[in-house]
Design a binder for this molecule. Sequence first.
Ligand code: ADP
Ligand code: MG
Length: 338
Amino acid sequence: MAKIQELAEVLTNQIAAGEVIERPASVVKELVENALDAGGNQIDIIVEEAGLRRIQVIDNGAGIPAAEVTTAFKRHATSKITSREDLFKVRSLGFRGEALPSIASVSDMTLESSTGAEIGEYVHYRGGKLIEQKHSAVRQGTTVSVKDLFFNTPARLKYVKSPQTELANIGDIVNRLALSHPQVAFSLIHEGNVILKTSGSGGLQRTIAGIYGVGNARKMLEISAKDLDFQLTGFVSLPELTRSSRRYLTVLINGRYIKNYQLNKAIIAGYGSKLMVGRYPIVVLAIKMDPILVDVNVHPAKQEVRLSKEDELSQLIQKTIYARLSQENLIPDANRNL
Ligand code: ADP
Ligand code: MG
């Protein structure tokens, strides 16, 4: 057997990328989450060839101090947690410090950032190696460009699906990120075409209207509920407004879009016998809870979470939706205020 030795940093980053960066939509997700964590109110996403040729994310958030820009590309380097205790009350979307080094290791990537208070910094990485670093303009915020994704990992490139599928995945994740942050104005542009634009006006129903259309938003009912552990708000479609895919079920926990089979099941159960087989409603559910009740450190992509009180939450969701829909049968057309 060969000698045991530590792997080179570029290689460990590529291995990590295998988990975090599955496809172009994963890059979009990670970059937009970083932009959201940076706290700006405008995020523009520009995509070419379904993200394989270019993904650019521009935000007007806090920016990175010039002296820290190359640190941000080191594995497990993060400004979002500092201690073990922080891990149990994560409020930011990121905290693992893996996205930038992972993406940089499998693409040609540039990042330009400025805090607005000092001169900006520009870096260019290719295949994980820093090839250029220089000062840049003072414009508060960050612009990240990712070109030629997976150019050096042909196995991963082969696994990528058709451009239509990849673009649909990008649209899907941007929709949900926009729904999770109604106070942020989003735009998604593919090959010069505007795929999505939200106003950032702050209202969830407005954002839903921007994404799913005003007509559909009018056919959605507001729900809200609260118990000791959970605070629930959102919109559920009337049983007449359905889709053939679960893509239109969005569950947000403390502002993070998550995938959870049991919570989806609870939503459907809330409709009782009102849905036809194989049809799903359009639902956006924002749940607030003490971060101690949710473990987001289950998978590197952070979309699966472990909930301490999943059964209780499921029951609350089912009960709330059921009650709201029953009420609607009694007072038709109660939702005309859009
Ligand atoms: P994480 O998000 O888990 O901290 P990343 O690799 O995604 O790890 O980013 C590393 C660090 O770079 C972040 O902690 C943050 O300090 C900084 N950063 C990345 N993107 C941005 C951005 N768009 N605006 C401001 N800071 C950013
Ligand atoms: Mg991140």
